[in-house]
Design a protein around this ligand. Structure first.
Ligand code: ATP
Length: 282
């Protein structure tokens, strides 16, 4: 079983930077991860040792089913987050990596890269989301499942290498739609209601059929592989108890790091730092 203590410590540090950014250490380069999602756009800034420096995010409706549908809106939000970080830190941000759902490189990889570059960032790498998440988690054998807003992406790892990578369009947006129907709420109200931890015990049984759909997607992705553990990340994995429901249906060990919504954005920024190190060592 993977040990997530180190990843959890880094996530705690990252979350503490949202309200209190760290002053960048003199002479240390900064690396960014920009995650353009169906529900949130997140910008993570790390120093060259992978230490969290700043993190900003905004709820946004510029991506649908993993595809950018409002390019100008995405650029505006990304620029706003970058400018906020730059004014907090008093430095100009440079290198950045981005991520896209698995199997969408030919459709959307260039668009996401262009969003980053439109706000003056130099995009040095495009990762698929669950593979980026694993740069933080370090799962050697198992499946990393990124349950986002619009889609669920799964990377299966054997000896630390990706052997399968898939994406299906079911995510937290579908949970909110089910909740809206069940409680007679608007989608926006259901989205907010669902996110409040005090509502999770009530929400879990209502969205159980949609959790089971996600579980079937995980099952299909893993069926041809020996998968000793499944790790849930992504904002939808923030729902308390989702891991228990998935585990009981899947019959596999299921784990969840703390703050699963920030695993992929932090992994993307770690990937940016990693690529820079590879270029320096080449
Ligand atoms: P995608 O990867 O599908 O493009 P995304 O990157 O926006 O989407 P995430 O930011 O990982 O995805 O997750 C967004 C989803 O997580 C939304 O549906 C949101 O409602 C859900 N979410 C966020 N926080 C919570 C919470 N505390 N409880 C339940 N769901 C949550």
């Amino acid at each position: 079983m993977s040990d997530f203590d180190a990843a959890n410590r880094r996530l705690e540090e990252l979350l503490s930077c949202v309200d209190e950014p760290r002053a960048p250490r003199a002479g240390k380069r900064l690396y960014c991860g920009l995650d353009l999602g169906t529900a949130f756009i997140v910008l993570v800034v790390l120093d060259e040792d992978g230490g969290p420096v700043d993190c900003k995010y905004q709820f946004a409706g510029v991506v649908r089913d993993g595809m950018v549908v409002d390019y100008v809106g995405a650029c505006d939000i990304a620029r706003g987050l970058k400018e906020q970080v730059e004014s907090e830190l008093g430095v100009e941000l440079g290198e950045c990596a981005v991520a896209i759902p698995p199997q969408t490189e030919s459709l959307d990889g260039g668009v996401v890269r262009n969003v980053a570059e439109s706000c003056g960032l130099e995009c040095t790498a495009v990762f698929d989301e669950p593979t980026a998440a694993n740069l933080l988690l370090g799962v050697q054998n198992g499946a990393v499942v990124d349950i986002g807003g619009g889609t669920t992406g799964i990377s299966v790892f054997r000896d630390g290498e990706v052997v399968r990578c898939v994406d299906e369009s079911t995510g937290g947006t579908h949970f909110s739609l089910v909740l809206a129907g069940a409680k007679g709420m608007s989608f926006d109200d259901a989205e907010l209601y669902k996110r409040a931890p005090e509502h999770h015990a009530e929400v879990l049984p209502i969205v159980a059929p949609t959790i089971d759909k996600v579980t079937t997607i995980i099952q299909r992705a893993c069926e041809d592989y020996d998968v000793p553990e499944v790790v849930l990340v992504g904002g939808t994995a923030e729902l308390s108890g989702i891991e228990g429901r998935v585990a009981s249906r899947l019959g596999m060990e299921v784990h969840k790091p703390s703050h699963p919504m920030f695993v992929t954005p932090m992994g993307i920024a770690l990937g940016c730092a990693l690529k820079a190190r590879e270029r320096r060592d080449a």
